[in-house]
Every structure is written in structure tokens, then in C-alpha cells.
Design a protein around this ligand. Structure first.
Ligand code: PLP
Length: 361
């Protein structure tokens, strides 16, 4: 446990959870299985979530964090032996292929370097060669700070009638996501919503429901069909829902809507700009090959072999918690998360001033 209430947690999820949201979590517990008031609350939460997604279609909120959303999407759509195109320029993009294989599908991975964009032409050429049922991709590759421009790719996939599954866990609610072109779009409570970890959100298109309904797998916890059969069609939850987490998510979304979604997006842009500029001023190099690729929700600096040491010094000397990266890149990338309630100029300035002192010291 942190001994210091003043520690600044600038990680790309979880973020700091605002007091208003923590307070909402402490509301009395309604019985989510029988209380009509709870159902009403839940329906209004779905309405608000639809506004964040900018879609009219069904949205789901599952009890489990982002990874459950990714796994449930694959488990609910893919039958044994079906081919899935996994477009990847990062760690989460690669991870989708593991889920596909785990559920008996055949993953064809179209790989790009982790610091480069997805090339539409290569997507176009691979979908000419195979018969894909679905495709997966990641909007913001959090471990490397890249925001992928997906619109052209989504259009190509749609023309071929290939279902699109997108991990927007660390972008939804912080920057525009092309949700209307996505069949299943996954979000997470502890990233741009600045809620506690514990919930994953999904938008599900009619086309996705058709494939989900045809799916033969027998499962419960990872099944989206179960949610259709219970909550959506019968107004009852498949298992006791995470009441307190839902109160928190509702409050977080309320805060975003009060500020205005567009204003929230702009705030992320502005703060990211401050972070990158200050980084450049103190001699740090961005990990993404070009600045346009850099996400408005997280900035990844390439600090070859120094990330762990810088992270430690920031924590010990400046009381600021930063993230490094994952797997092989752990010691090479230092990340400043500026999403949700952490997308504030003062917080990023304090962070970067601390980093400057450490880098120069
Ligand atoms: C955080 C994150 C997830 C979900 O991981 P958690 O275990 O919920 O933290 C999935 N995808 C991306 C891109 C993420 O940033």
C-alpha cells in the first residue's frame, strides 16, 4: 500500500479515481437480481454508455476487466477451425491471436513493427487470399503508446463482410473511436473512464449478434449470447452484477457527459501535446516512429535499458508512479499515462518536471 496519499499515479490504467466516483461506490447496495430500481438505474447507465460509444446498437457491461471483454468476444464468435485475421503492431494485437488459437480458431497474424502504423494495402492483399470470418485489431496499443488509424482498414474489412473486433480499452472515452464501423468494440472501466478496475464494456452490432447466435460453443462466463438471452431479452442478469463498480462507472460517465465528450477528447489532445513537447525539450525520444502515431491517452518514451531505473527514481524521489512497458520492452519504454482524470495539464507538468530533474540529475 502507498504510504503517501500525495503520490501521483500517472500510469495508463488504472488511473486516479476521482473522489466523486469513489463516493458513488459507497452507496448502499441494491439487489441487482430483484430490485426494479436497480434495473432502472442500469438502463439509464446503458443509455449513457451508448452516448460515449456514439452508437444506437446494444451495449453490454460485463463483470470482469478488459481482458474478459477480449476473451468473451473471441469465445462468442469463433467456432473451431474458423479463420481470423489478427492485425497487430503491438503486444495486445498479438495477444488476440492467442485467444483465437485457445478457442480452436486459426489465427492468421498480419504483423507490423511495434513502432509503425498498420498498412491498409497489406490488409487489402491478405483478405484477398483467405476466407476470414472475423478480424481483430487494437485501437490504442497502450504498452507502446500508439494510436492506430483504423478507419480505412475497417472499411476494407466491411466490404469483404469480415466481422471486426476492436480493443479500444485504452482509447474509448479519451479520444474518438470509429465505433460505427466496428462490430464489437471493447472498452474498460479503469482506463479513460477513471473508474476502478472491474468492468468491461462492449458494443455489439446486429451483424455480430447474428454470428454469436449461430455459434455452437457451450460456455457461460465468456458468453455474450447468455447476455442476450438473459438481460437483453428477459431483463434478468446471468449472475449477480458488480453493483458498486456499476455505481462508479455511472458516475464516471456522468462526469464525462457533464464536461462534454468533445471537450474531454480535446483535453486529452492538449495534455498529450504538453507531455510530448516537454519530453522533447528534455531530450527524450518518442517510441512511435512518428508523432502522429502517438496516442492522446498515453505517451511512450524510448529510453533503451533505463526504464526500470527511471521508474524507480520517479517513485522514490518524486513520489510519481510511471509505467514501463511489457515483455521484452519492459526496460526500454517509460510511459506516462494521461487518460481520464489524469489528463490534466498540472498533473502532466508536475510529472514531466520530475522527470526532467531525474533525467538531468
Ligand atoms: C488495459 C488494457 C487491456 C485490459 O487489460 P486489463 O487486464 O484490464 O488491465 C486490454 N487492452 C488494452 C489495449 C489495454 O490497454
Amino acid at each position: 500500500m502507498s504510504k503517501d496519499e500525495n503520490m501521483l499515479m500517472m500510469t495508463p490504467g488504472p488511473t486516479e479515481v476521482p473522489k466523486r466516483v469513489r463516493k458513488a461506490m459507497s452507496r448502499p447496495i441494491h439487489n441487482p437480481d430483484i430490485d426494479e430500481d436497480f434495473f432502472e438505474f442500469y438502463r439509464s447507465l446503458e443509455e449513457k454508455l451508448r452516448k460515449i460509444y456514439g452508437v444506437e446498437e446494444d451495449v453490454l457491461i460485463l463483470g470482469g476487466e478488459g481482458i474478459l471483454g477480449l476473451e468473451a468476444s473471441i469465445a462468442s464468435v469463433i467456432n473451431e477451425g474458423e479463420k481470423v485475421l489478427c492485425i497487430s503492431n503491438g503486444i495486445f494485437g498479438d495477444g488476440f491471436a492467442d485467444f483465437v488459437e485457445m478457442y480452436g480458431g486459426e489465427a492468421v497474424v498480419l504483423e507490423f513493427p511495434y513502432d509503425e502504423p498498420i498498412e491498409e494495402e497489406r490488409v487489402e492483399s491478405v483478405i484477398e487470399k483467405h476466407d476470414f470470418k472475423a478480424s481483430t485489431m487494437v485501437h490504442c496499443e497502450t504498452p507502446t503508446g500508439i494510436l492506430n488509424d483504423l478507419e480505412g482498414v475497417l472499411e476494407r474489412l466491411k466490404e469483404k463482410d469480415i466481422l471486426t473486433i476492436v480493443d479500444a480499452v485504452s482509447s474509448l472515452g479519451g479520444t474518438p473511436v470509429p465505433t460505427e464501423e466496428i462490430d464489437i468494440c471493447i472498452g474498460g472501466s479503469q482506463k479513460c473512464f477513471s473508474s476502478p478496475p472491474g468492468l468491461t464494456t462492449l458494443s455489439v452490432s446486429d451483424r455480430a449478434w447474428r454470428l454469436i447466435n449461430e455459434n455452437e460453443r457451450e460456455h457461460l462466463y465468456t458468453s455474450l449470447k447468455v447476455w442476450k438471452d438473459t438481460w437483453l431479452n428477459n431483463g434478468r442478469f446471468p449472475y449477480t452484477h458488480l453493483v458498486s463498480n456499476l455505481y462508479a462507472l455511472d458516475e464516471s460517465i456522468e462526469m464525462i457527459l457533464e464536461e462534454g465528450l468533445e471537450e474531454v477528447h480535446l483535453r486529452h489532445e492538449r495534455v498529450a501535446q504538453v507531455c510530448r513537447e516537454k519530453g522533447r525539450d528534455i531530450g527524450l525520444e518518442l517510441f512511435p516512429r512518428t508523432e502522429e502515431l502517438s496516442s492522446p491517452t498515453v505517451t511512450a518514451f524510448h529510453v533503451e535499458g533505463k526504464a526500470l531505473q527511471l521508474q524507480k527514481k520517479m517513485r522514490e524521489e518524486k513520489d510519481i508512479l510511471l509505467a514501463t512497458s511489457l515483455a521484452d520492452l519492459e526496460d526500454d519504454i517509460l510511459r506516462v499515462g494521461h487518460m481520464g482524470s489524469n489528463a490534466k495539464k498540472e498533473k502532466v507538468q508536475r510529472t514531466m518536471a520530475g522527470l526532467e530533474a531525474i533525467v538531468k540529475g
